[in-house]
Design a protein around this ligand. Structure first.
Ligand SMILES: Nc1ncnc2c1ncn2[C@@H]1O[C@H](COP(=O)(O)OP(=O)(O)O)[C@@H](O)[C@H]1O
Ligand SMILES: [Mg+2]
Length: 362
């Protein structure tokens, strides 16, 4: 068989844009490649010249070469072998088929296809599954927790007000704080489980909403001598759920405050029109920043680097913004700070509660 002939044969089977085929033989106890073709070769950072006539150790890092050599050995012993791997950011699936003559392997034909997209999708599905587990949990127990919690909180407050032994007050304060925290987690759980429930779209002055949220967070910022700067007089009316958007802005401001050291730094909030039909809110802090490896995990449920964090803040924000057909972007540099950008459409045509009259609030 000539290489030209091989090309014709394999083109029918291998999607050349997304894969490559190769062959190898065993010579002097080493696997030597005799052929390789396909677009994926370059994408994974190889070239036919550096593969043909060479052993695995001549063009791959030693650990990868060793791993592959074990698969090659199996194939040479007559097995059909499948394995997955990644190289140069590409995930691939490889299949090795031994060609046997009179019970002896004379060469192995391998094919590799790019499965990066499938892998990404698989990850997304796993993410969704994780969320739906959270959802089921939430639906099942959130109400059960919230009701007794309300009585606990009420009674703890009464006890705090009437307690005669002042030494007990700090303990009651801790109890109340911890109950608030349970309440917060349960509420976030419930939203993640059923984001569409009780959504109330209204026309809202977004500038005022943003200002209210900043005012709300100011005492917390002041405790760390952080100033939140917001000067915009752009009054924009958006169709959105007031409480949910409040939750987003407060979550993001809270993260910015938590990331910033006590040193009189600024957090800058900007509201602007970006394209004719969208607005952008940016929240910029000069805090600890996020490393590249961590930034991939930010929207995963329960991912938190804080001792008391829930890891549900950003995913809740994303869900809320998705519900408003907007988007959220994070730009960050470790040690320098973080900018969160929220894009929201100006003319959102959603009306989840059509029975409710639309009116302007805020
Ligand atoms: N402005 C920010 N600066 C630095 N890190 C941030 C910022 N916002 C979010 N993060 C990182 O993202 C993680 C997840 O945030 P979030 O979902 O709000 O959960 P939590 O605040 O409960 O930890 C945080 O623990 C933190 O590591
Ligand atoms: Mg948070």
């Amino acid at each position: 068989m000539t290489d030209q002939k091989n090309r014709v044969d394999y083109e029918q089977f291998i999607p050349r844009e997304t894969g490559f085929i190769f062959k190898f033989i065993k010579k002097d106890n080493q696997f030597i490649h005799t052929f390789i073709e396909g677009k994926l070769i370059e994408k994974v950072g190889l070239c036919p010249k550096c593969v043909v006539g060479k052993s695995l150790f001549e063009f791959l890092p030693a650990d990868q070469a060793m791993r592959k050599e074990a698969f090659y050995e199996k194939a040479w012993n007559g097995e059909h072998v499948n394995y997955e791997g990644s190289f140069g950011g590409i995930h691939y699936l490889a299949i090795l088929n031994p060609v046997r003559q009179n019970g002896v392997t004379v060469e192995v034909i391998g094919s590799t296809i790019d499965i990066t997209k499938e892998k990404t999708r698989e990850k997304q599905v796993q993410q969704m599954e994780k969320l739906s587990v959270v959802g089921e949990l939430a639906a099942g127990i959130a109400h059960e927790i919230r009701n007794p919690l309300t009585s606990l909180k009420g009674f703890a407050k009464i006890v705090k007000e009437s307690v005669t032994d002042q030494a007990l007050v700090p303990y009651l304060d801790i109890m109340l704080d911890e109950m608030d925290r349970i309440n917060e987690i349960v509420n976030e759980f419930m939203f993640i489980a059923k984001p569409n429930e009780n959504v109330n779209f209204q026309y809202i002055n977004f500038h005022n909403l943003l200002k209210d949220c900043i005012h709300f967070m100011e005492p917390q910022a002041n405790l760390k001598s952080i100033k939140i700067e917001f000067d915009s007089d752009m009054h924009i009316i958006l169709n959105c759920d007031r409480n949910l958007m409040k939750q987003v802005l407060i979550n993001l401001l809270q993260n910015a405050i938590e990331a910033t050291e006590d040193s009189g730094h600024f957090i800058e909030v900007v509201l602007e029109e970006v394209v004719p039909d969208a607005i952008m809110v940016t929240i910029t802090d000069k805090g600890c920043g996020i490393s590249d490896s961590r930034s991939k995990k930010l929207f995963e449920p329960f991912y938190s680097t804080k001792e008391k964090g829930t890891g549900l803040g950003l995913i809740t924000c994303k869900r809320i913004i998705d519900l408003h057909q907007g988007s959220i972007e994070i730009e960050s540099k470790l040690g320098e700070g973080t900018t969160i950008k929220i894009f929201m459409p100006k003319n959102l045509k959603i009306d989840i509660n059509p029975s409710q009259p639309k009116h302007l609030v805020g």
